[in-house]
Design a protein around this ligand. Structure first.
Ligand code: CP3
Length: 369
């Protein structure tokens, strides 16, 4: 059986036969694919060399540079997928909502969203003009990459949290205050952000991204009831529409142990990203049948000696139980202090030890004894 037979309406795409895309679809392949969130970035000397000459924004806005830093971890680590070099706030930044990426801090918004009228600062995104630089980067990568490209976007809640708080937050109190106090404005804001996200992701797929990851990094701050009411419907609308394009969808957040089931409910995602706090065997029980798992080595383990890293990588592989729908990753992004040699060794170890069994993930059928 081929992928094309499975869904005749969707033509085969260039990397459909890669271990990464096959694992995302729960289809047979020979080794556990591995990539790392934040694999491009400060852990790599070759990235720091480019950043010594250019700001983060300059790199993102210059397709040749953005494509180069996307390729760096593929060369250095031998990962099975690349992730577009950009940021979750890039689309709203392109709409002129004064956002800057402050090194060591993250996105900072000059005039945070504080009144219902602020929602009107978000006009619809015109991908060919607003995001021309991103799409050119995707086109270059679709030509040059030996592995699939993961397109991505920030989910409405996580992007809204930056717009409302004005920067990173621990409590998300202003964000939650708007959510509870003015539900109508909240949903208008989320709808606009969902439209922007969907336009951005669709354009990335049309230019050649082989899969997408929706980062709802900070959704773990929410009570499950609030997640279901205020956030999930908007993320679902995006994921459902991307599903129609025929590329796998990965849905990820940090601290989402109690949300894992909801994040892929009713076919909303093909793979759920699991952060490092939840043992993968527990995650498997929470994630719906037929949905894959991505994760989840604790990123800080990679700051310690190799013997410890090796044991924990093997633990993750064992917890995933040789499932055909496991994508190896860290449980969040690469920490800048990580030694690249450790990550290179992690990739080799996963490739060597991660032989995939010939059955679907455990979510697909009762444990076969
Ligand atoms: O390899 C990759 O993953 C590259 C592409 C990428 C970046 N940011 C590059 C980046 C992706 C997928 C992101 C997503 C992103 N951005 C998320 C979701 C992922 C997550 O961590 O949960 C979030 C929350 C952001 C917001 C953001 N942008 C933060 C928290 C930071 C880090 C601030 C810092 O300096 O520590 C940024 C900036 C940023 N985005 C950097 C990179 C490589 C560092 C910029 C630099 O070179 O100074």
């Amino acid at each position: 059986m081929t992928v094309t037979d499975l869904d005749a309406a969707v033509p085969a795409r260039p990397h459909d036969d890669s271990a990464f895309v096959l694992a995302c679809r729960g289809l047979p392949h020979d080794h556990v694919p591995v990539w790392f969130m934040r694999q491009a970035g400060r852990a790599l000397a070759e990235y720091r060399a480019i950043r010594a000459q250019h700001t983060f924004e300059e790199v993102v806005h210059t397709p040749e540079l953005a494509a180069e830093v996307t390729l760096q971890p593929v060369r250095r680590y031998g990962v099975d997928a690349a992730i577009l070099f950009s940021d979750i706030v890039t689309p709203v930044q392109a709409l002129g909502v004064g956002v800057e990426i402050e090194p060591g801090v993250g996105p900072v918004v000059e005039q945070p969203f504080r009144t219902p009228a602020d929602v009107d600062r978000l006009r619809p995104l015109e991908p060919d003009t607003d995001l021309a630089f991103v799409l050119e980067t995707v086109s270059i990568l679709a030509r040059e990459l030996p592995v699939p490209l993961i397109g991505f976007a920030g989910a409405p809640f996580t992007v809204a949290s930056y717009l409302i708080e004005g920067g990173p937050s621990k409590s998300y109190s202003r964000t939650k205050a708007l959510m509870y106090a003015d539900e109508a404005t909240w949903h208008v804001l989320m709808e606009r952000l969902a439209d922007i996200t969907l336009v951005s992701l669709t354009a990335q797929v049309e230019r050649g991204a082989s899969a997408v990851q929706l980062f709802d990094s900070w959704a773990g701050a929410l009570h499950p009831e609030d997640y279901a009411r205020y956030v999930l419907p908007h993320s679902r609308r995006i994921l459902d529409a991307i599903g129609e394009l025929g590329v796998p969808r990965i849905h990820f957040g940090v601290g989402t142990g109690e949300l894992l089931g909801a994040m892929a409910a009713e076919g909303a995602a093909d793979v759920v990203g699991v952060d490092w706090r939840v043992p993968l065997a527990d995650a498997r029980r929470r994630i719906p049948t037929g949905v894959g798992m991505q994760g989840n080595l604790e990123p800080a383990v990679c700051l310690g000696p190799w013997e410890g890293v090796e044991r924990r990588v093997l633990d993750v592989l064992a917890a995933a139980d040789r499932a055909v729908d496991h994508v190896f990753n860290l449980g969040h992004g690469v920490l800048p202090a990580t030694d690249p040699a450790i990550l290179r060794n992690v990739v080799e170890l996963v490739h060597r030890e991660g032989r995939v069994g010939d059955r679907r993930g455990r979510g697909a059928e009762p444990a076969d004894g």
